[in-house]
Design a binder for this molecule. Sequence first.
Ligand code: HGY
Ligand code: MN
Ligand code: MN
Ligand code: MN
Length: 398
Amino acid sequence: MWDALRPIGRDARSKGYRRYAWTGADADCRTWFQEQAEARGLAYETDRNGNQWAWLGDPAAGDAVVTGSHLDSVPDGGAFDGPLGVVSSFAALDELRARGATPTRPLAIVNFGDEEGARFGLACVGSRLTAGQLTREAAYELRDGDGISLPQAMEAAGYDPSAIGPDPERLARIGAFVELHVEQGRALDLTGDPVGIASAIWPHGRWRYDFRGEANHAGTTRLVDRHDPMLSYAETVLAARREAELAGAVATFGKIAVEPNGVNAIPSLVRGWLDSRAADQATLDTVTAAVEAAAREAAARQGVDLAVVRESFTPVVEFEHALRDELGKILGGERPVPVLGTGAGHDAGILSGSVPTAMLFVRNPTGVSHSPAEFAAEDDCVAGVEALADVLEGLACR
Ligand code: HGY
Ligand code: MN
Ligand code: MN
Ligand code: MN
């Protein structure tokens, strides 16, 4: 399975993945998913929001146990973030069949579209639409860097965007959703466990900072006469690091757009995106307020205008205890499986507001993710598949 998926959307130079929503690489991943489903005799479908589903048993029967994740990536992302969950789902189904387990509930494998938000700037578009956390109108407003809207991109990829929106009937047929994901951090490496169970997802959000200054000649404009938005931006990046450190949170300016973006021109506009996350809402609010205050002070001092827009936000997710504890019971052997929180967002976090949801993490020895260097050892990936097969058997088979 991996061999057919691995080359899709991989950049020859960076060795990272560029699988952005509704692009050719995304289409190739979707073809791969459909082939895997049909090769196993699973009923394949794409839902109104472009998420892919592979069913074993009658979906209409309800109380389905669903597993899966996403196949899209961040720019130059790693091989495991998302795909490990989807590949492991198919492998776990194969394992169930090898064990002769008989499902007593419908089973499904899902590929949620556009989880990373790399193209349109909003994470978890496929699951948010399905869960009613993103309205059709707001989705129609999403634009990529070339001004192409989400519906235009879907149409260009051969999908009808006219029905995108909440899918409560589909969610009502799900009794449990379990997402397996490579850990994005080193907690399991530190405890020495190949697999862990998620307890919570930190609250996190994305804020866009638009610093508008005065374009001018880099060589002839005196420093005292400048209104340089890059300076305000730079001070804001430093403030974000300072405030996050003080609060024990994280804050990242990972994306920037500069106009006119000329070496010898003082910019007119510097647009920076802040990603900030913290273990609790109050801490996150403290950090983001402090960063904005520092940015406004710097901008005022430099005669630069500042607009701050919160582009997306995901409140804290506490995975419900009943399912989490059931996984612990199913997987617990002589030593309990570790339960850990994460700062990474997931489709499971979005669905947790609609259906009983849990997550399994597979050890990531370096903790690195959202990078071509992301890695998980084969033995740990196999342990993840075994664990997922145990969970599916425990939840859905006799
Ligand atoms: O940004 C995240 O945490 C996730 O990978 N979308
Ligand atoms: Mn990710
Ligand atoms: Mn992911
Ligand atoms: Mn996810």
